[in-house]
Ligand binder design. Structure first.
Ligand code: GDP
Ligand code: MG
Length: 307
């Protein structure tokens, strides 16, 4: 019997599965780290600071057996500003549109009111729920059992998987469980696709990540990045990117620029290197800083930033 018909028989036995998987949880529990690890590609920016992720970020994992479309969401938390409210809305809305939900908890933390609220929302969801206890590399094994107990009381009969998104611990098992939970379905995206984000959007996100990593205190939270130009110069194998860093406060502008421009130069250099790796060509990156007092409260500018 030829190899091809063997293969055909195999695929008859195990139908192709596909579906949408949301990654939810409080800020900073490791959602974006998990997404990047499950894909083996960096599609979401990660920083040690909470509330880095502002939009939904989609990552696609395709194998011979299945296609998982992951949606990384902004953290679910109590929101004060208009921007934060929109971020939470995006996260909650996502729950109703998916086949499975990965709910991440930091295994070092206590289960609080906010977690119970999330559990309440998840209890009513029709999707398959996985409770992931993340960052187990940071705790002793003895601490895990009471936490598992607590979670199974809060949300009975849901799968609980302890993981380390950072170290990759238990992720192969997790992928198997997710795969089994998906319905039979088509390959929605072709093989080479690992995200639905445009290069332009990723460029803005990479710049924002560097601002988060290089500046302190409240500065990163007041910052948004827009791309003013993104053009390919084919003859020179070069992409020209011009971007504006918007800040809400006058006082933040000189900090973002730095003494003799050193801060802006550092942000630009780090972002450019990463962009060159992502785009596979040389990048000419020009950054501007603009004071834009109300951008976090202004519906129109939020819409411009994709929120
Ligand atoms: P998000 O806000 O939920 O998307 O969280 P991030 O993915 O941005 O991660 C927040 C911080 O936690 C980053 O500094 C990560 O490196 C760190 N982190 C995420 N997962 C793990 C883990 O499994 N172990 C450890 N030690 N750190 C982690
Ligand atoms: Mg995130």
């Amino acid at each position: 019997m030829s190899k091809a018909s063997d293969k055909e028989r195999d695929t008859e036995k195990t139908p192709f599965r596909s579906g949408y998987v949301a990654i939810v949880g409080r800020p900073n529990v490791g959602k974006s780290t998990l997404l990047n690890q499950l894909l083996g590609e960096k599609v979401a920016i990660v920083t040690p600071k909470p509330q880095t992720t502002r939009n939904r970020v989609t990552g696609i994992r395709t194998t011979a057996e299945s296609q998982m479309i992951f949606i990384d969401t902004p953290g679910i938390h109590q929101a004060r500003s208009l921007m934060n409210r929109r971020m939470v809305d995006i996260a909650l809305q996502t729950l109703h549109e998916v086949d499975a939900v990965l709910w991440l908890l930091d295994s070092r933390g206590r289960i609080g009111n906010e977690d119970e609220n999330i559990a309440g929302i998840l209890a009513g969801s029709k999707s398959r729920i996985f409770i992931l206890l993340n960052k187990i590399d940071l705790i002793s094994k003895g601490k895990l059992l009471p936490l598992i107990q607590r979670c199974s009381e809060m949300l009975p009969e849901k799968e609980i998987v302890p993981i380390s998104a950072l170290k990759g611990e238990n992720l192969p098992l997790l992928l198997e469980l997710i795969e089994k939970s998906l319905p039979e379905g088509p390959k929605y995206f072709s093989e080479g696709h690992f995200t639905d984000q445009s290069e332009r959007f990723m460029a803005a996100e990479i710049i924002r990540e560097k601002v988060f990593l290089l500046t302190r205190e409240e500065i990163p939270y007041g910052v948004a990045v827009t791309i003013d130009e993104f053009s390919e110069k084919q003859e020179k194998n070069l992409i020209v990117v011009k971007a504006t860093i918007h800040t809400a406060r006058d006082a933040h502008k000189p900090i973002l620029i730095g003494k003799r421009g050193v801060m802006l130069k550092e942000i630009g250099q780090q972002a450019r290197q990463e962009l060159e790796a992502l785009l596979g060509c040389r990048v000419f990156l020009e950054l501007f800083v603009r004071v834009d007092p109300d951008w976090t409260q202004d519906p129109r500018s939020l819409t411009e930033m994709g929120l």
